[in-house]
Write a protein that binds this ligand. Structure first.
Ligand code: ATP
Ligand code: MG
Length: 563
């Protein structure tokens, strides 16, 4: 391998940074993660967080958390707090560098005066419709605003009076004076400031009625914080000339470099805050932390771990190529993490009563069961065994459907996990013909030992009827039934693709008693069923299925393809 081969986990952005450090352009790396507090963070943001904070960690640099809060209409304190919680939960630390773009409102204003004084900004009084007409199109150049040639003294006076609140909303804006004929529409005298009366900003209150635009705020905020590499998603590529224009014409302390990478899209879900907001506000989900949501809060409640999400971000990498990642990639990350970590437990999701007729009614045994098949350090726990137990309805059929069936059949034998071999002696049905109970016998010589003279192929899980807990279990399916919900037909809507069966609630499930102590955020494996996380709902035992044991999505796709 050549010494120039990229390091594991490397990407084109890290290569640029390596060059900048080698050439002496920078001697320290400084990045930032700049969320707008208008919603909860989603898995796409995780990609950006892991990239920005990860680079800072690996290069012994710094990464700031900066709220891009220039649009007071949609932003609020709940989102600020939720975002801080989620970034910390993912395992990252901004130390003493928590910033708000609104911290810079005064400086941004002074910089605007600097542009005005240089003849590089002017107050424009075209209304929204006129502005649109003057802007031109992709094919046709724009026309100069009739207000473009005002003198800087007049511009300064008007801008100061805009700040003082003398003019109503929409009557005036401050625009950069660049080039109305530029092939890049972002350079056709973009708006720098607009007037917004009567809004209360979550940081600055009612102090301002003049608000800077994002594209103007961002480069200056980066420069004021000493950011070296300003990483953003591809839709900002066409904005980069304006980003550079702002920095080139102002006396800012440094010249950050904007670099774009492709957004993360995930199959069968959406990661646009506008669409996620709609799912919440219209009640398609129970909230931002609904376990079906691709938000970090939703994934956390579902049982995803920070380590699995970080690993996912490593596996998908960072490039400029647009794509949509298969859900299976994310699921494999959580499976790999939980397979190693999650203690094993027994839980019966569709209970069928089973009576062991040759086991005394007054007897109770405490059997020892390992918490993890491969990790002895996780120790063991005791499980109660008694005459009446529950097994899963799906683990019994009267007659085996095929040769592969290894579970219980009428007259057949099966091993109870961590316990004895039992034999089904009698099947009891209710008036409607539904199986309601099994009568069995057990072989006392088979605890931790193979039975004499016969081989038992199947192992099923179970819990004691008297010594088990009742719980609700929630099983989740994909939230949308199209890989790309955003691809809609004429007149359609992404909501048309919402999967009506994405949540299945099983009540009356039975759990082994050790699960009474399960805590949210400490996922467990229900043997043969999948990985589960206790829901934070207080007072009740509710478990969310994080993921099944195998990649059932791939299987569904195969079935659909061959159908
Ligand atoms: P949305 O379109 O969902 O509103 P946004 O880009 O407006 O997303 P911000 O809060 O501004 O949301 O995003 C903060 C940072 O996270 C930005 O740097 C943005 O580029 C990045 N980011 C947002 N969505 C994704 C994504 N899907 N993949 C990668 N990075 C993302
Ligand atoms: Mg944004």
């Amino acid at each position: 391998m050549s010494s120039e081969a990229p390091k594991a986990g490397s990407n084109f952005i890290r290569q640029i940074i390596d060059q900048d450090l080698a050439s002496g352009k920078h001697d320290q790396v400084h990045t930032r993660f700049p969320p707008e507090p208008n919603g909860y963070l989603h898995i796409g943001h995780a990609k950006s967080i892991v990239l920005n904070f990860g680079i800072a960690q690996d290069y012994q640099g710094k990464c700031n958390l900066r709220f891009d809060d220039t649009n007071p209409h949609k932003e609020n304190q709940e989102f600020v707090e939720a975002i801080k919680t989620d970034v910390r939960w993912l395992g990252f630390d901004w130390q003493d560098r928590l910033f708000f773009a609104s911290d810079y409102f005064e400086q941004l204003y002074q910089f605007a005066l600097e542009l005005i004084d240089q003849g590089l900004a002017y107050v424009c009084e075209l209304d929204a419709e006129q502005t649109r007409l003057y802007r031109g199109t992709l094919k046709e150049p724009g026309r100069n605003s009739p207000y473009r040639e005002r003198g800087s003294g007049e511009n300064r006076d008007l801008f100061q009076r805009m700040r003082a609140g003398e003019f109503p909303d929409g009557s005036k804006v401050l625009r950069a004076k660049i080039d109305m004929a530029s092939p890049n529409i972002n350079l056709r005298d973009p708006v720098l400031y607009r007037i917004r009366h009567g809004v209360v900003h979550h940081q600055t209150g009612a102090q301002w009625c003049l608000y800077p635009m994002y594209d103007y705020t961002h480069p200056i905020s980066d420069a004021l914080e000493g950011v070296t590499h300003s990483l953003c998603t591809l839709e900002f590529e066409d904005h980069r000339p304006f980003y550079d224009w702002v920095l080139a014409h102002l006396s800012v302390p440094c010249q950050p470099q904007q670099i774009e990478f492709s957004r993360l899209n995930l199959e069968y879900t959406v990661v646009s805050k506008r669409k996620l907001t709609q799912l919440v506000s219209e009640g398609h989900v129970s909230g931002w932390d609904d376990p079906r949501m691709p938000t970090l809060a939703g994934l956390r409640r579902r049982g995803y771990t920070p380590a699995a999400i970080r690993e996912f971000c490593q596996r998908i990498g960072v490039t400029k190529a647009e794509n949509r990642v298969e859900m299976g990639v994310l699921e494999n990350c959580i499976r790999d993490d939980l397979d190693a970590k999650a203690p094993r437990r027994m839980a019966v999701l569709r209970p069928l009563k089973l009576v062991i007729e040759n086991y005394p009614a007054d007897r109770l045994e405490l059997l020892e069961a390992a918490n993890h098949p491969k990790d002895e350090a996780q120790g063991s726990r005791q499980i109660a065994f008694s005459r009446e137990i529950y097994i899963d309805h799906d683990d019994f059929v009267e007659v085996a459907p095929n040769k592969k069936w290894k579970r219980l059949v009428a007259g057949g034998e099966v091993r109870l996990r961590n316990a004895y071999v039992i034999k089904c002696e009698q099947v009891i049905k209710d008036a409607s013909g539904t199986i309601s109970e099994l009568r069995c016998s057990y072989d006392p010589a088979t605890l931790g030992a193979n039975p004499e003279g016969r081989k038992i192929k199947g192992v099923i899980h179970w819990v004691s009827a008297s010594h088990s807990l009742e719980a609700e279990v929630r099983l989740y399916d994909r939230l949308f039934n199209r890989p790309n919900p955003e691809q809609v037909e004429e007149g359609g809507d992404f909501l048309d693709a919402v999967n009506p069966d994405s949540l299945r609630i099983l009540s009356g499930c039975r759990l082994e008693q050790a699960l009474a102590e399960a805590q949210p955020g400490e996922p467990v494996q229900f043997e043969r069923e999948g990985y589960f996380n206790r829901d934070p709902e207080p007072g009740r035992l509710v478990f969310n299925r994080t993921v099944g044991l195998r990649d059932s999505w791939a299987k569904i796709e195969q079935e659909q393809a061959s159908a």
